[in-house]
Design a protein around this ligand. Structure first.
Ligand code: SF4
Length: 157
């Protein structure tokens, strides 16, 4: 499957727990003031890549614990995000997803919520400059949450 990307980082220790590979999606509708990656906003920017080739490249590294889907907004291309998350899990890697959408908004959209089935940690919500806090692990502002499957399973019940 084709996916429009802003870039890839083969090893990172700041985009989730452990050593991770990061896929930065191209295109973001949130336009948060103070965004760390404004070049990723234009959905026509970036470049096309193939999800299987990305997975083969990133998951062949035995040192990484998992992959992180970031951006940009990964859930703007939910089927490609699903292919990457599912493929990473099949290759024995855990999955973190950074989305500017909140968990309730993700759950309302069947394409976005499908990605959660293969997500170990969701960091949800827009970056809010007034709530910026550099001391927070793995996120930029206090409104953003580190959520595990228990959070979305609880909302489903
Ligand atoms: S959601 Fe992320 S990439 Fe999108 S504008 Fe906000 S900080 Fe930037």
């Amino acid at each position: 499957m084709q996916v429009r990307l802003a870039g890839i980082k083969q090893e990172s220790v700041t985009d989730g727990a452990g050593l991770r590979a990061v896929v930065y999606f191209q295109g973001c509708p949130h336009h948060c003031p103070g965004c760390h990656n404004p070049e990723s906003h234009d959905p026509q920017g970036g470049y096309w890549a193939d999800t299987d080739e990305i997975l083969d490249l990133l998951c062949s590294n035995p040192l990484i614990d998992g992959i992180t889907l970031s951006g940009g907004e990964p859930l703007l291309q939910p089927q490609a995000a699903l292919a990457l998350a599912r493929g990473a899990r099949q290759r024995g890697k855990n999955v973190w997803v950074y989305s500017g959408f909140t968990l309730p908004a993700i759950l309302r959209d069947p394409f976005k919520r499908a990605v959660l089935e293969y997500t170990d940690v969701l960091v949800d919500g827009e970056f809010i400059l007034a709530e910026r806090d550099l001391s927070l692990p793995y996120r930029g502002s206090r409104n953003q949450r580190l959520l595990t499957p228990a959070a979305w399973q609880a909302l489903d019940n």
